[in-house]
Write a protein that binds this ligand. Structure first.
Ligand SMILES: Nc1ncnc2c1ncn2[C@@H]1O[C@H](COP(=O)(O)OP(=O)(O)OP(=O)(O)O)[C@@H](O)[C@H]1O
Ligand SMILES: [Mg+2]
Length: 261
């Protein structure tokens, strides 16, 4: 199987679920790293004021540092915001706490939901994949992510109430698709923090597959302490624990993403 998109146009993927702590950032960071390792040119855009994707890949946040906020609100060029080569094949547009203001400031801006797509326009051709890590809300930042993306990946944690909130998410996706972004589609649903030893994990997968059918990726991301540790070393799982089950899973997911893309 071909492992990069060299002969295709770029693909912009938003990692989205308004529920907190389901593995969005872990997936954004490690999928970006795995796509990069497979020889793709990848840009990871941190659209969450928490900045977890930024720090998770070891980008030092300094005071006065430029971030995605400056592009969205101050009209700065994306190319001036990019931190290059933060992992193999991976560049990052970081988020700092400044981004917290954007949610409110965007409300009064003209064409506010198109800020991100316009910001990315001049540089998108430089990449095979642009991965957007969305915050846990359906506010203006997430709407910008949905408007800029061609595809969505929805991480769902293997736990009770896994499907909670998804109706609202899918409604929002439909509105953005109808009004702003006809191209938008779901690339897949990824089950995270899976524990094969529990019946709960298997039941939740059955339930989610009943709802999403073959949109659910075959790759399941296992619960792994290594995946949780890696960000505190500023590394993806691919360098922090290259041969562990977490790295294997994200490499497999990257291959599925490429074959579906
Ligand atoms: N497969 C996994 N195994 C173990 N821990 C995990 C796994 N995936 C994520 N975690 C941990 O669970 C927590 C939430 O994960 P993560 O930050 O990726 O979720 P999120 O959806 O981005 O959260 P938020 O909604 O706050 O942005 C983190 O502490 C992370 O390290
Ligand atoms: Mg996150």
């Amino acid at each position: 199987m071909k492992t990069n998109r060299a002969e295709h146009k770029e693909l912009i993927i938003a990692i989205i679920n308004q529920k907190g702590g389901v593995g969005k950032t872990t997936t954004a960071v490690n999928l970006a790293a795995a796509l990069g390792e497979l020889d793709n040119r990848v840009l990871l855009v941190d659209l969450d004021p928490q900045g977890n994707a930024t720090s998770g890949l070891g980008v030092e946040k300094s005071t006065g540092m430029k971030c995605v906020y400056d592009g969205l609100i101050n009209g700065e060029k994306a190319e001036d915001l990019i931190v290059h080569g933060i992992a193999e094949g991976v560049d990052v547009i970081p988020a700092t706490i400044n981004l917290a203001g954007a949610e409110v400031e965007l409300m009064s801006e003209y064409a506010r939901e198109r800020r991100l797509v316009e910001m990315l326009e001049p540089i998108r051709g430089n990449y095979d994949y642009i991965i957007i890590d969305c915050p846990p809300s359906l506010g203006q930042l997430t709407i910008n992510g949905l408007t800029a993306a061609q595809r969505l990946i929805i991480p769902i944690q293997c736990e009770f109430y896994a499907l909670e909130g998804l109706t609202k998410l899918l409604e929002t996706e439909k509105i953005v698709k109808t009004r702003m972004n006809k191209e938008l589609d779901i690339l897949g649903v990824v089950m995270t923090m899976y524990d094969s030893r529990t019946t709960l994990g298997r039941q939740v997968i059955e339930e989610v597959e009943g709802f999403f059918g073959d949109k659910v990726f075959l790759t399941r991301i296992p619960r792994s302490i290594r995946l949780a540790e890696a960000p505190s070393y500023g590394q993806s799982i691919l360098t922090y624990n290259p041969s562990g089950k977490g790295a294997r899973a994200y490499r497999e997911l990257a291959k599925e993403v490429i074959s579906r893309g």
